[in-house]
Design a protein around this ligand. Sequence first.
Ligand code: NAD
Length: 301
Amino acid sequence: DKPRVAFIGLGNMGGPMAANLVEAGYVVTGFDPSPAAASAATEAGVTPADSAAAAARDAQVVITMLPSGKHVLDVYQGTNGDGVLAAAAPGALLVDCSTIAVDDARAAAGAARAAGHRAVDAPVSGGVGGATAGTLTFMVGAADGDLEAVNAVLEPMAGRVVHCGDSGAGQAAKICNNMILGISMIAVSEAFVLGERLGLTHQALFDVASTASGQCWSLTTNCPVAGPVPTSPANRDYAPGFASPLMAKDLGLAMTAADTTHTGTRMGQLAAEIYREFASGDGAALDFSAIIGAVRDDQNE
Ligand code: NAD
């Protein structure tokens, strides 16, 4: 028998993820304070509840897909200890798929375990497209004994599930990966702009770098100039894709983790600053590869 699932946070990602669980035959009760998100999920077969705790009442699995660590901790605790932790069935599997700070993930897992539950962090990559198609990559922080149950419930939403270690390890993997991505996109953009000024065509630089030591995902899949990779966002006016504010958020989380661990990350710091500025201005609605526009504007006098 499939466990009863509560799904808290039915936004751009959570909505289609919950729909895929329903499609796979799970009984899913959901909560989102946004009426639009709640009604879209209801149409997809999710049973609506009036609060996170009401959705989680006696659930054996509780999945959260929320904007930040504060949201996750608030939903877990409730206002007077009347949150998800108190409402879920004893020993429930609590799977947080939000992208949050590693310290918040560990705090949430600690609180969940103290309340007698099993805690898992399982942030994702793959965006809204992957959420809709059920092909997300999940980066899982969980105790070994919980893996079988975790894999089973993630399967309808997943392309890949990677076990990264115990609680917090999933979030750690996500922010470390996205720090590489943010830095590499800026590096590729600077190379194309320098090439332009040297009279090099985009295609020539692509043909060399994509088969040489400059090869990376930011170049060969999400190429920041139109042409060489027809499916990259640059070919559709930088419609995301992976929006710049989400990159700025993830780099911010990486820098918080760098602070708490006293890790020197000078490239990461710079990338975080560059994306923070871009995401609050021209880049607010654009794919993160649109950063090449900011690089072009950044004249070295
Ligand atoms: P979103 O803003 O579309 O959805 C978040 C939802 O949470 C909203 O519908 C909001 O109403 C709801 N919410 C807020 N407070 C709540 C509460 N107390 N109880 C229940 N619901 C509540 O955001 P999203 O794009 O779905 O992203 C969700 C998470 O996934 C974020 O942590 C984000 O960083 C991460 N993520 C997003 C993407 C992406 O491409 N969108 C990719 C990977 C990871």
